[in-house]
Structures are given as C-alpha cells and as structure tokens.
Design a protein around this ligand. Structure first.
Ligand SMILES: C[S@@+](CC[C@H](N)C(=O)[O-])C[C@H]1O[C@@H](n2cnc3c(N)ncnc32)[C@H](O)[C@@H]1O
Length: 222
C-alpha cells in the first residue's frame, strides 16, 4: 500500500496526539537515545541544521542540544502544533521535504528521523536534502530497517502483530496498521546507502541500533 502525499499528511495529523506515547512504548524509551546519537553524529556547535519531517520535534530538540541553530520542517500541522509546545529554540516551518523552501546551501547539517520512509518520492527527497546542504554538509538519517539475524522472527511478530494491535486499542491509532507495510517496502540498509550516493552524498556509512532494527545512515554532501 503506497499512500498519496495528502493521505500521509492526514494520517500524521490523526496520529499526532498519541505519536510520542507510541514511540516510547514501541521502543521502550530507546528512541530518545537514538535521536541524541543521530544529532551528535552530524551537528557541530553553531551549525545551521534542518530537521526535516520533524513531526513532534524530538530530533530537532536533540539537534539544539548538540549545538545547532535548528529549523524543524514538517507538512503536518497537527504534528507541528505539538513540536511548537516543546521548544522556542527551534524555528518550526510547515513545508514539504519534496520542495524545501530554502536556498541551495542553506545548512551545514540535516537530520531526518523516521521520516524518509513516509516520503512518496525518496530519491527526490534525498536530492532536496543534498541541495540545501553546503558542500561538505552532513546528513543523518535515522530509520527503521529490517534485521536479518536472530532478531528477525521477533521483529516480525512485533511489527506485524503487536504494533498494529496497539494502534487499535489507542484512540487515533488505526494508522499504525500502515507501519509494517511502510517498513517492508523501504529499501534495506545497503540499498539506502546506494540511494544516498546516487543523490549526491559521499562518505556514506551506517550503523545499527537495537540489534539491527534501527539504522543510522550518515553522508557528506558533494
Ligand atoms: C514518523 S514521523 C517522524 C517524526 C520525527 N522526525 C521523529 O523522529 O519522531 C514522520 C513525519 O514525517 C512527516 N512527513 C512525511 N512526508 C513528508 C513530506 N513530504 N514533507 C514533510 N514532512 C513529511 C509526517 O508529517 C510526520 O510528521
């Protein structure tokens, strides 16, 4: 199931009230640590930083803590509403990753947390991120990925059965039934690294967290 951009936005508007709680429950609170490591991987003191697909703002706030002068961008007004309540230090912007409202070379670093999986044209989204970075600017992408090792059967049980079930019992959570499909059709770690190189990034690397369930890709804009 691939959703149209309007449907993705509507889905996140609906999820917004329970989004943070679902993150904490689904990851046993580890998501906050992954966001901190993501910010620290690319943000240097004083950098202009874009956190694209910022949602309720936790990664943008981690970028501020890492020393960035941060802009958080998302196309869901309800997600942004919650982000605004979290920090005055971030400039919150309603906008589309596929048509970023910034000049070429406007940022030294960019982060995207659990966002690129939902973007309807991934290659174009990555090219936009390369465009708004200065040459040598750093990108970090934190995303759910498919583990191949021992954890694989547990992961399938968790994502295919338990997460959609949690979505059913929480108000507004029906959209979580969309999560397993979105993870399944997303490129694996190597394929995402190749897409990043094709989009204009060098020194592409990745590391994984939580036994390979989450991957952090980094790269440097050409
Ligand atoms: C799963 S949430 C991630 C939120 C946040 N980055 C985090 O780490 O929790 C994905 C976000 O991406 C946003 N999004 C998806 N496609 C987008 C696009 N094309 N432009 C801007 N935001 C988009 C959604 O509105 C949603 O808030």
């Amino acid at each position: 199931m691939t959703l149209a951009p309007d449907a993705v936005r509507t889905m996140f508007d609906r999820i917004a009230p329970i989004y943070d709680a679902m993150n904490r429950v689904m990851t046993a609170g580890l998501d906050l640590r992954w966001r901190r490591l993501t910010a620290e991987a690319v943000v240097r003191q004083g950098d202009r930083v874009l956190d694209a697909c910022c949602g309720t703002g936790d990664l943008a706030v981690a970028d501020v803590r890492a020393g960035g002068d941060v802009t958080g961008l998302d196309f869901s007004p309800r997600m942004l509403e919650r982000a605004r309540r979290k920090s005055d230090a971030v400039k919150w912007v309603e906008g589309d990753l596929l048509a970023l409202p910034f000049e070429d070379g406007s940022f030294e670093a960019a982060t995207v947390g659990f966002g690129v999986r939902n973007v309807v044209d991934l290659e174009h989204g990555l090219a936009e991120l390369a465009r708004i970075l200065v040459p040598g600017g750093r990108l970090a992408i934190l995303e759910i990925t498919t583990p191949t090792g021992l954890l694989a059967p547990f992961y399938r049980l968790w994502f295919d059965r338990i997460v959609p079930l949690l979505g059913k019992v929480l108000k507004g959570g029906e959209a979580y039934s969309y999560l397993p499909a979105s993870v399944r059709r997303f490129p694996d770690k190597e394929a995402l690294a190749a897409l990043l190189r094709a989009a204009g990034f060098d020194a592409v690397e990745y590391r994984t967290f939580a036994g390979g369930i989450v991957a952090l890709h980094t790269g440097t804009a050409r």
